[in-house]
Design a protein around this ligand. Structure first.
Ligand SMILES: Nc1ncnc2c1ncn2[C@@H]1O[C@H](COP(=O)(O)OP(=O)(O)OP(=O)(O)O)[C@@H](O)[C@H]1O
Length: 357
């Protein structure tokens, strides 16, 4: 990693683990990213509190991988995505893209970041200009970046073909003349138009029918290989995340509670929250049930989250230490699996929760 871009211990440990295995380098590092939204009230709009939407979140996305992000509604997934894209300002923390700090004097500029990292949202209709034929929407980014009209149109036509929409048939159509799946293909083409190295996909297939969803997922997998891309894939759908991800990050109330290889997370989750989340997915199949009770109650208020471990008020295994001390991400195995739980960390001596495999 670039010497000018120091990362927190949790990140360094994750990357070092990978390096020791001779694996990939990080494409993107988020280091202690924080975003609190002020809550205002009254005629004077005084600040009466703040939503701790993203609270010191640290992780790395490795080159060529798909990192899935899961967690209940409101846990901060979309805020995190918007912070990574600099669509909203962060309160604190660092972002490092391919070894270079983002912003600041010596880092890469926001313009360069946005060219290299593009985003695809869930709402495929509102992210396309309804007054532009889709070929022009795709050509827009390259035009803004200085490509001449003819070349940009040609690029847009090629990209339409790449996402499975024949340019001759679809290029002149307007967004309202396309199905949801077709619009999302156009959005993907548009995201690829600046030749990015990374895509952030925020609930990008969530609005699609299951059969169309499968087609778009396959298209994404194909494009990832063809364009040598890195994906950050945010979804509330645990099955979709399992299908597409190499590693998975689990968020709870603005914080990372677990991160690791997809098979480890899905087959042997270490955090009680991850287990409960996966239990809620598996509960239809009695053969797959795990022994812990499923998650109960609503998430606590993010304006005033519990002290220590934020999950402790819903956790069947919480002890005194969970209220008094915030658990840090620590390695639970030698295979790049990290968990923030007093009851599950390797060497913690706690086996009460039955979490130490
Ligand atoms: N502009 C804002 N002002 C105040 N609070 C906000 C704002 N944007 C998000 N929040 C709050 O921040 C928290 C995280 O929201 P976010 O949308 O990131 O969660 P999410 O995990 O993406 O949820 P979902 O899956 O429902 O989209 C929530 O409590 C939300 O209400």
């Amino acid at each position: 990693m670039n010497a000018t871009a120091p990362a927190s211990a949790a990140i360094t440990e994750q990357i070092d683990e990978r390096d020791r295995g001779g694996k990939r380098q990080p494409m993107l590092i988020a280091d202690k990213l924080k975003k609190y939204f002020p809550i205002r009230s009254g005629v004077l709009q005084r600040q009466v509190g703040e939503v701790k939407a993203v609270d010191e979140v640290s992780f790395a996305v490795l080159k060529g991988e798909t990192l899935g992000i899961v967690g209940e509604s409101g846990c901060g997934k979309s805020t995190l995505a918007r912070l990574l894209m600099h669509l909203i300002p962060k309160d604190s923390g660092d972002l490092i893209f391919d070894g270079d700090p983002v912003g600041g004097v010596r880092g890469i500029t926001l313009r360069e970041l946005r060219r290299n990292m593009q985003m695809v949202f869930q709402d495929s209709y509102s992210s396309l200009n309804p007054r532009l034929p889709v070929q022009d929407s795709i050509a827009y980014g390259p035009r803004v970046h200085g490509m001449d009209y003819k070349d940009a149109r040609k690029l847009a036509a090629d990209l339409l073909d790449k996402v499975g929409l024949r340019a001759a048939m679809f290029g002149a159509r307007y967004p309202h003349e396309l199905s949801g799946g077709q619009k999302q293909r156009v959005n993907i083409a548009r995201a690829l138009a600046l030749n990015p190295r990374m895509l952030i996909l925020d609930e990008a297939v969530s609005a699609l029918d299951k059969s169309v969803e499968a087609q778009v997922l396959n298209l994404l997998a194909h494009l990832k290989r063809e364009f040598n891309l890195t994906y950050l894939f945010i979804s509330h759908d645990l099955n979709v995340v399992q299908y597409i991800s190499d590693r998975v990050l689990v968020m709870y109330l603005g914080q990372v509670v677990e991160i690791g290889p997809v098979d480890d997370i899905y087959n042997a989750p270490r955090h009680p929250y991850s287990r409960a989340l996966l239990e809620s997915r598996l509960s239809m199949d009695p053969a797959q049930r795990v022994i812990e009770p499923p998650i109960s109650g609503d998430p606590p208020n993010p304006i005033n989250p519990p002290s220590g471990c934020r999950f402790r008020t819903r956790c069947a295994f919480a002890e005194d230490i969970c209220a008094s001390s915030t658990p840090l991400l620590g390695a639970v195995s030698t295979q790049n699996h990290f968990v923030a739980c007093h009851m599950a960390s390797a060497g913690s001596g706690h086996s009460k929760a039955g979490l130490a495999h």
